[in-house]
Ligand binder design. Structure first.
Ligand code: NAD
Length: 309
């Protein structure tokens, strides 16, 4: 990354945010991943493999899973999309996961969330072999992340860290305000930022006076899924604003209804105040997928004895 592109001069007045191009960063990562996998194949090794289990037919989940599977294939990673009916029992789902645990040619396993109400996601996270848990949801992996000695780093937080690092956004000593406390984004991101010596505040649905807290942020991350939650009045001038939220809305264009993805942040208005900003789409989303591929490569290296466990 050219520092002239990503870096803000210290003390300069913000002139409109640098837009963090997550799509370009992800393309760069995917190119390197494809090269690494290609090299392994040339050495006569088996390809890395990721299995994604989807329960039921939530359309957004089907879209996310097909993005993940396609991204794997484009990089030479073997991947399978296992579809189970919404009526599958918890026991049957855990049996399917266990079969993947025992398959020596599967490196990474994901069970796509959300699950139907009759299935306890915590029980499922305990069932995944921790060495194949590329979403970092198994309590052992979550504990390692909390200790600051991660085996895997959750994909979205790893993608955010990569973007901030590439764009030279200072993290050490910065006040990071994370909105959202999910196990997949908010909590692991807060732990990751803490290990990078940031001062961290976690906000959630019961937080009082959100704007007072967000205005203190050097780095503000919104992972809620509520369009328009973050306006310019909630952002400190020059702050980095990371929009994780993804909501599909319907808009009218030329008399026709179209579906569009939007984040939590009022992009155009916040852009004129912030120092850096991630767009939706094209920000955190593509990086999350790229990090899933990297986590699968990490699992492969550990399982093949190419890296320390
Ligand atoms: P979630 O959907 O499980 O929970 C939402 C969180 O927002 C909760 O912690 C809740 O306390 C908090 N919240 C709700 N209303 C709030 C309010 N008014 N003020 C402050 N906090 C509030 O969380 P999730 O699974 O992390 O998903 C959050 C959003 O991020 C969703 O839109 C999801 O689609 C998106 N997401 C995007 C990516 C990506 O790669 N870009 C990855 C994962 C999730």
């Amino acid at each position: 990354m050219d520092p002239a592109v990503g870096e803000k001069e210290e003390g300069s007045q913000p002139q409109g945010a640098v837009v963090i191009d997550g799509k370009a960063l992800a393309q760069g990562l995917r190119h390197k991943i494809a090269q690494t996998v290609g090299e392994w194949i040339r050495q006569g090794r088996r390809p890395p493999a990721l299995s994604v289990v989807q329960v039921g037919e939530i359309p957004a989940s089907t879209t996310y899973v097909s993005h993940k599977v396609r991204a794997c294939r484009e990089c030479g990673i073997r991947s399978e999309h296992i579809r189970l009916p919404a009526t599958v029992s918890q026991q049957e789902l855990i049996a399917a996961v266990d079969q993947l645990n025992r398959d020596p040619e599967v490196d990474g396993i994901i069970v796509q969330l959300p699950l139907p109400d009759h299935i306890d996601p915590h029980a499922v996270s305990w069932a995944i072999d921790p060495e194949k848990d590329v979403d970092c949801l198994h309590p052992e992996n979550f504990g390692l992340l909390a200790k600051g000695t991660p085996r895997f780093v959750s994909c979205t937080p790893r993608g955010i860290l990569h973007a901030l690092t590439e764009y030279r956004v200072p993290i050490e000593g910065a006040h990071v305000v994370v909105i959202g406390r999910s196990l997949i984004v908010g909590r692991p991101l807060a732990l990751l930022m803490l290990s990078r010596s940031a001062t961290v505040t976690i906000c959630h649905s019961r937080t009082r006076d959100l704007p007072t807290l967000t205005r203190q942020a050097d780095i503000l991350v919104s992972a809620v899924g509520r369009p328009g939650l973050i306006g310019p009045e909630m952002v400190r001038p020059g702050a980095a604003v990371v929009d994780v939220g993804i909501t599909q809305i319907e808009v009218e264009e030329g008399g026709r209804k179209r579906k569009r993805l939007v984040g939590d942040v009022k992009f155009e208005e916040v852009r004129s105040v912030a120092g850096w900003i991630t767009p939706v789409p094209g920000g955190v989303g593509p990086l999350t997928v790229a990090m899933l591929l990297l986590n699968t490569l990490d699992a492969y290296r550990m399982r093949e004895g190419l890296a320390k466990k």
